[in-house]
Design a protein around this ligand. Structure first.
Ligand code: ZN
Ligand code: ZN
Length: 216
């Protein structure tokens, strides 16, 4: 059985549980799988769910598997909307693919990078991970845009997401590239950053496209 189909079934059951449903029929009707009964059997055989006449319920194994999947899916959605500013209706389709690409380790990095967000762009809760437990409250994202950086702060450029790809080589020629250490000297009327011994002025528009990890 295709892992992706099993994942989808686990995610569906999680979402139904969130809405307070655990009826087997509800699950059958909500599933988009052509062979929903075959899927249910696989879930049972693999020890992810138990069923009674009326209900379908997670085992502990199934719940933790589904939790991890949902976490990856919703973090991927956040990543797309917050960082890549993709429009909402395109997000879900891409996030669906992403969730199968994000490894468990990468998931915690993405979560930390985003500041341990509590909800996805649709307002659904993101299951907490190990990385979130260290924080009682939501913290500032580790990586921020240059446009939100404080004057005087120093940091390393993590990545650049240019609206126009041609900008990247121009920025690179100025020494503005992933890995460069910069200090923000001023914000108005344009952003002035220091790289090594050089200072470079950057339009506010472009400052939004440069992501920086603050040095402490
Ligand atoms: Zn969502
Ligand atoms: Zn976290």
């Amino acid at each position: 059985m295709d892992k992706e189909r099993i994942d989808e079934a686990l995610e569906l059951l999680w979402v139904l549980n969130e809405e307070g449903h655990q009826a087997l029929n509800r699950f059958r009707l909500s599933s988009e799988d052509d062979e929903v009964d075959a899927i249910i059997n696989v879930l049972k055989t693999d020890g992810f769910v138990v069923t009674s006449v009326d209900d379908i319920q997670f085992t502990d194994k199934g719940r933790s598997e589904a939790k991890a999947l949902i976490r990856r899916l919703r973090l991927a959605e956040r990543l797309f909307t917050d960082v890549f500013e993709m429009r909402d209706d395109t997000v879900l389709a891409d996030a669906c693919k992403m969730e199968h690409i994000l490894s468990e380790e990468l998931t915690d990095s993405v979560c930390t990078f985003l500041g341990h967000p509590q909800t996805c762009p649709h307002g659904k809760p993101i299951p907490r991970g190990e990385c979130c437990k260290k924080y009682k409250v939501e913290v500032e994202p580790v990586v921020t845009r240059l446009s939100e950086f404080e004057v005087g702060s120093k940091g390393r450029i993590t990545f650049i997401v240019p609206a126009k790809p041609s900008r990247l080589s121009k920025l690179n020629s100025l020494g503005i590239a992933a890995g460069s250490v910069i200090r923000l000297l001023q914000r108005n009327p344009s952003y002035v950053i220091q790289i090594d011994e050089t200072t470079v002025a950057i339009d506010p528009e472009i400052a939004k496209e440069i992501y920086i990890k603050k040095s402490v």
